[in-house]
Design a binder for this molecule. Structure first.
Ligand code: PEP
Length: 259
């Protein structure tokens, strides 16, 4: 049974795509297309850091919010190449993606580092979108539930229920990211259900039922509606398809098919 109290959230992760020229163009296309959407959902785009300012200006006055793709946990300091929560906030961000599998795989981010970032984002007033998910080898070894449980437990360490309720989780099976291989709605829903079970054990049923869990991994206009019809799926974190304005808005429109 769908919990109607959870507001759907669709987030576009632009990754290391778009520059000073085409970022604002994409933002303008989105603003144009979203105009007549009339959907009561949260829509967020996360451009690269260098595009935040221009995209923020382009989104101004629209219902589309801005997010960063990563941040350091410190307020400021000698951390070459990093950005702080406050830098994101003052660039117009309300959200930040943390612990994306590409950060974990290519840049060595651990659950402990992700946890520090999550706590820092909440303290700063940003909504963390914490990504978790298993590799193909882990799924084939029957370890999916254990892997995501550890990622959740270690990722929310030290938080209270209030903090957890403000977060968004993105379940992104690594084998489905950028591969065109999407988890079936039933597979995704089962993992989301398990994640909520883990959170219930940690924070109680009310908190677990408030936190939103997105699915991510090759979400496209033609598979979004089936995913969104599952009761535990509260939206999507979209990579490739978010770089095309009409595809991203078509995914948002698929929320309408949710019963
Ligand atoms: C992602 O990078 O978070 C993602 C889900 O990418 P894609 O939609 O391209 O699989």
């Amino acid at each position: 049974m769908t919990d109607l109290t959870r507001r759907m959230i669709i987030v576009g992760n632009w990754k290391m795509f778009t520059d000073r020229e085409d970022g604002p163009v994409l933002a303008a296309e989105l603003v144009h297309l979203v105009d007549d959407l009339g959907l009561d959902i949260d829509l967020v785009v996360c451009p690269p850091f260098t595009g935040l300012h221009a995209v923020s200006e382009g989104l101004n006055g629209s219902c589309i919010a801005l997010g960063g793709q990563n941040m350091h946990w410190s307020t400021e300091g000698a951390y070459t190449g990093e950005v702080s929560p406050r830098m994101l906030l003052t660039s117009g961000c309300r959200y930040v993606i943390l612990g994306h599998s590409e950060r974990r795989t290519y840049f060595g981010e651990t659950n402990e580092m992700v946890n520090r970032k999550v706590r820092s984002a909440l303290t700063a007033g940003l909504t963390p979108i914490m990504c978790i998910g298993e590799t193909l080898a882990e799924r084939e070894a029957g370890e999916t539930e254990a892997v995501v449980a550890t990622q959740v437990e270690e990722g929310v360490q030290g938080l209270d229920a209030d903090g957890v309720e403000k977060m968004v989780l993105a379940y992104e099976p690594i084998w489905a990211i950028g591969t065109g291989q999407v988890a079936t709605p039933a597979q995704a829903n089962a993992v989301h259900h398990h994640i909520r079970h883990v959170l219930t054990g940690l924070f109680g049923r009310d908190t677990a039922s408030i936190l939103r869990i997105q699915y991510g991994g090759s979400v496209k206009p033609d598979n979004a509606a089936a995913l969104f019809s599952e009761s535990e799926i509260d939206g999507a974190l979209v990579g490739g398809a978010s770089l095309d304005a009409s595809s991203f808005i078509a995914i948002a429109r698929a929320v309408l098919g949710r019963s």
